[in-house]
Design a protein around this ligand. Structure first.
Ligand SMILES: NC(=O)C1=CN([C@@H]2O[C@H](COP(=O)(O)OP(=O)(O)OC[C@H]3O[C@@H](n4cnc5c(N)ncnc54)[C@H](O)[C@@H]3O)[C@@H](O)[C@H]2O)C=CC1
Ligand SMILES: O=C(O)C(=O)COP(=O)(O)O
Length: 524
């Protein structure tokens, strides 16, 4: 049974996929109401109101996934979630149209003074000359941030006969051409625009992007719109520009602090505001809730998610193709980590054959997670494996090769430790399973499953019997056994799979057998 905490207002119909599952219980409470049961939740579903801080995460040790029914994840400490191995997903395009339409509604309201005129008429006034506006046709619109919403705003602006000027440092020429806009520098946009609208995420670079310095570069009489994130336009810096009339009007849907309380900007007649309504339409809320609910369900059923903020993107089709290798790689990582139980500096993974054509990033992350799992006390999975490896000074890299050793596919892992290197190779055979085909210099063939026992010994007659006797005396049943040697009478290995794990006493007995050099338990 999985428990999901829904801590913000999420569209009820959108939750239907989760409600259908008998394995899921949904609790709709805000975080403080759920204070005493926070440790029980497997998933958390939020919009922008819940602040998912490190402190909150520390109270939710069972949490595996955070779903954001919307775009912006600035209310979530993604780094802290990643460290804990918690997947963070969002619904990137469910509210695009609503946010673009709201931006346009704000633009029209701003230049035609609709909110002010509305208040005036409601106050029983009829003052037509006080609300003379400006046409949008023929005006220059500056769009800062040309992603999903910015580009939808541009389409609508063109329909209104506006000229669009875009600033987005990550926008390629090809995409700009395809969308029929020209790319400008920020200074060019600031200098030419009659109206500027921002559509970036809130990042270190965009915080205060329209601050004192850049506001001074805008045209006198400019209108500004922020339907993206509070703080992209610096609220404090804006005040003198409104006071001296340089900025003709501002439309804000978002604020540095939400709600903004008694903010000085609210006392300006030419500042029009909405309470973060960009995504608040029936359609957008149904879209984002459904998208996130479906993704959470997939995740809890052990399937891949497609809109993760902290995992490589993976479609269902791709997941189906890589699934087998993903599991094989994890097992290879676990075996290598236990076998090389010394500090290691580097993992090098080589993909050959059919696996080399797949999305190997994900497979490598799985291998890395498998490798770190026996070494790390905290949860380690594909989400935080790269971060934990970095913290521990372990580098890793991928290579591709044609050498499949006769198999259709082959994954090879070489672990570089202090004064020692270890290589393991594995293959996945459809309808047969995973096989380890090379182990530390030996050609071998065993299934990487369950309680494995590795023994390295001198190739002498009777060795198998001696090992069998010790295990038999201790009631340990051998399920399978594979042997390999480099040359007759030389170094040889046995890999046994046992029905139960063996304890230290049995290990000791095995080590005491003459001609046995090494005995290791490998749990997969
Ligand atoms: N008011 C509301 O209710 C809503 C607000 N939003 C917010 O709108 C914003 C845009 O959302 P989307 O278009 O979906 O995101 P997006 O990721 O599709 O687009 C963001 C764009 O900003 C650009 N960008 C990043 N850093 C930049 C920089 N330093 N300078 C200029 N451009 C930069 C990126 O290259 C990208 O093209 C986000 O902040 C999102 O949280 C989204 C939905 C509803
Ligand atoms: O999706 C976004 O980024 C939004 O800002 C929408 O926020 P909300 O879900 O309406 O609190």
């Amino acid at each position: 049974m999985f428990r999901i905490l829904v801590s913000d207002a999420i569209n009820e119909e959108g939750l239907a996929p989760l409600r259908k599952s008998e394995q899921i219980e949904i609790v709709q409470k805000n975080v403080s109401e759920a204070e005493n049961e926070l440790h029980e939740f497997d998933a958390l579903l939020v919009r922008s109101a819940t602040k998912v801080t490190e402190e909150l995460l520390s109270k939710m040790p069972n949490l595996k996934i955070i779903g954001r029914a919307g775009v912006g994840v600035d209310n979530i400490d993604v780094e802290a979630a990643t460290k804990r191995g918690i997947v963070v997903i969002n619904a990137p395009n469910g509210n695009t149209i609503s946010a673009a339409e709201h931006t346009f509604a704000m633009m029209a309201a701003l230049v035609r003074h609709i909110p002010q005129a509305h208040i005036s008429v409601k106050s029983r006034e009829w003052n037509r000359s006080a609300f003379v506006g400006m046409e949008l046709k023929g005006k220059h619109l500056g769009i800062i941030g040309f992603g999903r919403i910015g580009s939808e705003v541009a389409k609508r602006a063109r329909a209104f006969g506006m000229t669009v000027h875009v600033y987005d440092p990550f926008l390629t020429k090809e995409r700009a051409e395809k969308l029929g806009v020209s790319i400008h520098t920020l200074d060019e946009v600031l200098a030419c625009a009659d109206i500027i609208t921002v559509h970036t995420p809130l990042t270190k670079e965009t915080k205060g992007l329209l601050g004192e310095k850049n506001l001074a570069k805008t045209k006198k009489g400019v209108y500004l719109i922020n339907c993206a994130r509070g703080g992209i336009i610096d609220e404090k810096a804006l005040i003198p520009f409104l006071q001296n009339g340089h900025v003709a009007g501002v439309a804000l849907d978002v604020f540095e602090q939400e709600p903004p309380g008694d903010h000085p900007l609210l006392s300006f007649d030419n500042v029009i505001v909405t309470p973060h309504l960009g995504a608040s339409t029936v359609e957008a809320q149904l879209n984002v809730a459904t998208q996130v609910a479906e993704e959470i369900l997939q995740f809890l059923e052990g399937k891949p998610v497609t809109s993760s903020i902290n995992l490589p993107a993976l479609s269902k089709d791709v997941y189906e193709k890589i699934q087998a290798f993903y599991h094989l790689a994890k097992k290879m990582g676990m075996i290598a980590s236990q076998y090389m139980n010394i500090p290691v500096q580097e993992l090098s993974v080589t993909y050959a054959g059919t696996v080399a054509d797949l999305e190997t990033t994900y497979i490598t992350r799985s291998l890395l997670a498998g490798f770190l799992r026996p070494r790390v006390a905290s949860t380690v999975n594909e989400v935080n494996a790269a971060m934990i490896a970095k913290e521990r000074g372990i580098t890793y890299g991928e290579k591709f090769s044609d050498e499949t050793h006769g198999y259709a596919n082959c994954i090879s892992l070489t672990v570089h430790g202090e004064n020692r290197t270890f290589t393991i190779k594995g293959t996945h055979i459809p309808n047969y399973g995973d096989r380890i085909v090379h182990f530390d210099g030996f050609t071998i063939d065993f299934a990487p499953e369950g309680h494995l026992l590795y023994i390295q010994h001198q190739d002498r007659p009777g060795m198998i019997g001696k090992v069998g006797n010790v295990l038999g005396e201790h009631q340990v049943n051998i399920a399978t056994m594979q042997v390999g040697r480099q040359e007759a009478g030389g170094r040889a290995i046995m890999l046994l799979s046992l029905d139960k794990p063996i304890d230290d006493a049995v290990m000791q007995k095995l080590t005491e057998i003459e001609d046995i050099d090494t005995v290791k338990r490998l749990e997969v």
